[in-house]
Design a protein around this ligand. Structure first.
Ligand code: PMP
Length: 286
């Protein structure tokens, strides 16, 4: 079945589009993307925290000087979901320097913009992540700001490959001082003596799922060392795609039944699927 995509202002068949082979963003990673979820609910479907994702995308576009309109991407997101009749879906907006040459001065360049949607199966939430401390360091904010800039994800992919090669499912970044930063595509939380703590680090992406969980759990946000994390009762990861994923192993250490993580996961599912009326402001129905 063909898939529709919003591409430079119009809904088109995905097969009829293409980025130019000499697009600057293809060569240097000068683009900004987002990862957003829509969830089916009893009334239809809704996008979760759409405006917050687009606000973050705007920050990335400002960093690279890419023209960006929140209203345009908001409308494009809803249009592509409707065109594809997707309800449980993953949404991928991207704006990338695509026209004007391969030089490093971006002021002369123009962007290609797209919003894709793809069907997404809800996770069952039973997987226990095998997490390992990565030998790679996270991009420092002094080199690349912690936003969803395309090229920055080479850092995540290198760490993920290395972790996978050793039989793990996800990599944990720490900084040179041994402070926990984040994972390749998720923020990190720990539970100790019943308290939920959101790992805070200036090199980590300001995650929207992280902010959601802080609000739902009344979690404390503060820096955490690797040593402290290793001693946690529970560890869980948050991200739009991963949602709330319990960690089953941190390197050689096996964690327990993770009751707090699983309860938060249930709470989160209720919110994103529209079963918690007090959080309906986070949902954009379509
Ligand atoms: N950190 C990184 C590096 C990510 O790519 C993501 C996924 N966007 C996250 C954290 C989690 O962010 P969010 O909850 O907004 O998806």
């Amino acid at each position: 079945m063909s898939l529709s995509i919003w591409y430079n202002g119009e809904i088109r068949d995905i097969a009829s589009t293409g980025i130019h082979p000499l697009a600057q963003g293809l060569h240097y990673g000068t683009g900004v993307f987002e990862g957003i979820r829509a969830y089916a609910n009893p009334d239809g479907a809704a996008v979760f925290r759409l405006r917050d994702h687009l606000d973050r995308m705007q920050l990335g576009c400002e960093a690279l000087g890419i023209r960006f309109s929140i209203a345009e991407f908001e409308a494009a997101t809803l249009a592509v979901l409707r065109a594809n009749k997707h309800r449980d879906a993953y949404i991928r907006p991207l704006s990338i320097y695509a026209r004007g040459g391969l030089g490093l001065d971006v002021e002369v360049l123009g962007e290609d913009a797209l919003v894709a949607s793809m069907p997404w199966k809800p996770h069952l939430g039973s997987e226990r992540v095998r997490l390992t401390h990565s030998p790679f360091r996270r991009n420092t904010r002094l080199a690349i700001p912690p936003l969803k800039l395309c090229g920055a994800y080479v850092n995540s992919i290198l760490a993920k490959r290395e972790a996978t090669s050793r039989g793990f499912g996800e990599a944990l970044f720490t900084d040179v001082d041994g402070q926990v930063v984040e994972c390749t595509g998720e923020n990190v939380f720990m539970v100790k003596d019943g308290r939920v703590i959101a790992v805070e680090h200036p090199d980590a992406l300001p995650g929207i799922t992280r902010a959601t969980v802080i609000e739902l759990a009344g979690a404390e946000s503060r820096p955490v060392s690797l040593q402290e994390l290793q001693d946690a009762d529970e560890i869980f990861l948050t991200g739009t795609s991963a949602e709330i994923a319990q960690v089953g192993w941190l390197d050689a250490r096996e964690l327990g039944a993770n009751p707090v993580s699983l309860e938060l996961r249930r709470l989160y599912q209720r919110v994103v699927t529209g079963q918690d009326a007090t959080r309906s402001g986070w949902l954009t129905p379509y």
